[in-house]
Design a protein around this ligand. Structure first.
Ligand code: HEM
Length: 128
């Protein structure tokens, strides 16, 4: 298998993991806002971590194979992801005030949209 045949496969998987991460985060965030505590089911405890590990691994594979490593947009994307993870932890933290969770959830969604826009445009400031 050559680099050219494996790259589109990894990219397809990366996009699949992105779709799953967005769906899971939306469901867990909305659940936490409505119920007051994060969902405790197995799907909510195991699936997001397994998927995010695969999302990170496929992203690292793409960055390595494509040579995008040193590009500013990828650094901006990684910075956005770190911020998104921090806000996501605040949004899903049990016991913290509802207003704080709601604010963190909304901010996390904005940052996630920025991460996706940066990935699509491959520019630090998409649309400029
Ligand atoms: C929340 C996490 C992530 C999201 C939402 C995300 C989203 C996306 C999206 C939507 C694309 C497709 C761009 C296109 O079709 O042109 C993409 C591509 C890419 N992602 Fe991610 N990604 C994430 C994590 C990562 C990580 C952790 C890395 C690397 C360390 C990474 C590296 C890449 C690279 C190099 C591409 C370019 C592939 C190409 O266009 O050839 N991603 N990402």
């Amino acid at each position: 298998m050559t680099l050219f045949s494996v790259y589109p496969v990894i990219k397809g998987l990366h996009l699949g993991f992105v779709a799953i991460t967005v769906t899971l985060f939306l469901s867990r965030g909305l659940w936490t806002l409505v119920q007051g505590t994060p969902p405790a089911g197995r799907w909510a405890r195991v699936l997001p971590h397994a998927n995010d590990t695969l999302l990170l691994a496929s992203g690292l594979g793409l960055a390595y194979l494509s040579g995008y490593w040193s590009q500013p947009w990828l650094m901006a994307k990684l910075g956005g992801i770190v911020l998104y993870i921090g806000l996501g932890l605040l949004a899903l933290r049990p016991g913290s005030p509802r207003a704080q969770r709601a604010g963190a959830f909304a901010a996390a969604l904005v940052v996630l949209a920025y991460v996706i826009a940066v990935a699509l445009a491959k520019q630090v400031l998409p649309g400029t």
